[in-house]
Design a protein around this ligand. Structure first.
Ligand SMILES: [Zn+2]
Length: 315
């Protein structure tokens, strides 16, 4: 959706509220007290009322927007901006664009949207031929305490370190003959999981959750991947090094370099603590690259479905 279309469709707060109500009606409102899905709509106070136990539910209650004081218009603008570009948007930039006084609530809103994207993608596993490799991203360790941290802050920087990310790309064999510079496989979906270490046990744990057991997994011969054959149908560990890995894991490396360009280009430095949310946003958008305008509605539906309590650790 382009900007003009967005403005025409959602000119004011009422239009935004009506849109969100339509999404909630379509997805079904569940009474938090008795679990009933039968509700009246009390139009004068913009609330649902359970037909069985009479408990009222606000339009935001039970959704990502619960407890947020920001207008629906802000939420829809944020969803539009995050979904209408392959790139991303910093909270600071959004705050500037909408002219909001405070940075924090805008940052939390965007974080909740990123978490919603992560929750949606976590519902799916990768399958077919899965390339797996690790990526190292620059990040800041804001959790570091003590004098080292204060010293580093005085010098205007946090503690910079590499965040380890397991990157997995689902591919299939290309039906057309690959050209000279084309990759032999066709890319399907990507997942990125931030990990504390790259031990075999960590790799297995992530793979079990993220990759379907019927998949073929391709990696280099890093020892931590040794046990993957127990998790998946076939594990192909290729004996390669350095630049050669690009050939056997082409899509994973394309994804790592694209993510670095987009994330570090916009945010410059991302805290290690929130790194997963930023890669979740990247993956969500890559995985829905053919959705076109529909991606806006999909994210809005996800916002209506997922309770903000799932993200309580945002704050
Ligand atoms: Zn009820």
């Amino acid at each position: 959706m382009n900007l003009i279309k967005f403005i025409n469709q959602f000119p004011d707060e009422t239009a935004c509220k009506l849109k969100f109500k339509a999404v909630r009606d379509q997805e079904g409102v569940v009474c938090r007290h008795c679990g009933s899905t039968d509700h009246y709509w009390l139009s004068t106070i913009w609330q649902y009322q359970c037909k069985r136990c009479k408990i009222r539910t606000t339009l935001r209650s039970g959704t990502v927007m619960q407890a947020s004081k920001l207008s629906f218009k802000y939420w829809l603008i944020a969803i539009h901006l995050l979904t209408s570009t392959k790139k991303t948007f910093s909270a600071l930039e959004l705050q500037r664009q909408i002219g909001h006084k405070y940075y924090e609530p805008i940052w939390y809103m965007m974080q909740k949207l990123r978490k919603t994207m992560g929750v949606r993608d976590s519902l799916y596993q990768l399958d077919k031929i899965v390339e797996l490799d690790e990526g190292f991203f620059e990040s800041v360790n804001t959790e570091k305490s003590g004098e080292d941290y204060l010293e580093e802050r005085k010098r205007g920087r946090g503690s910079q370190k590499q965040t380890k990310v397991m990157v997995m790309a689902s591919t299939i064999h290309s039906v057309t003959k690959p050209g000279k510079h084309k990759k032999p496989t066709k890319f399907r979906y990507v997942k990125m999981i931030v990990v504390n270490n790259l031990k075999g046990s960590t790799v297995n744990q992530v793979a079990k959750k993220t990759i379907n057991a019927d998949s073929i997994v391709v990696t280099d011969n890093y020892p931590s991947y040794n046990d993957l054959s127990k998790q998946v149908w076939v594990h192909e560990a290729q004996n390669v090094s350095g630049a050669q890995t690009n050939k056997i894991l082409p899509w994973v490396h394309t994804m790592i370099s694209n993510a670095k360009k987009i994330l570090l280009g916009i945010h410059h430095m991302i805290s290690r603590k929130y790194f997963q949310d930023y890669v979740d946003e990247f993956c969500y958008k890559v995985n829905r690259r053919y959705f076109g305008e529909k991606i806006f509605d999909r994210l809005l539906v996800a916002c209506a479905k997922h309770n903000y309590k799932e993200f309580i650790n945002v704050s």
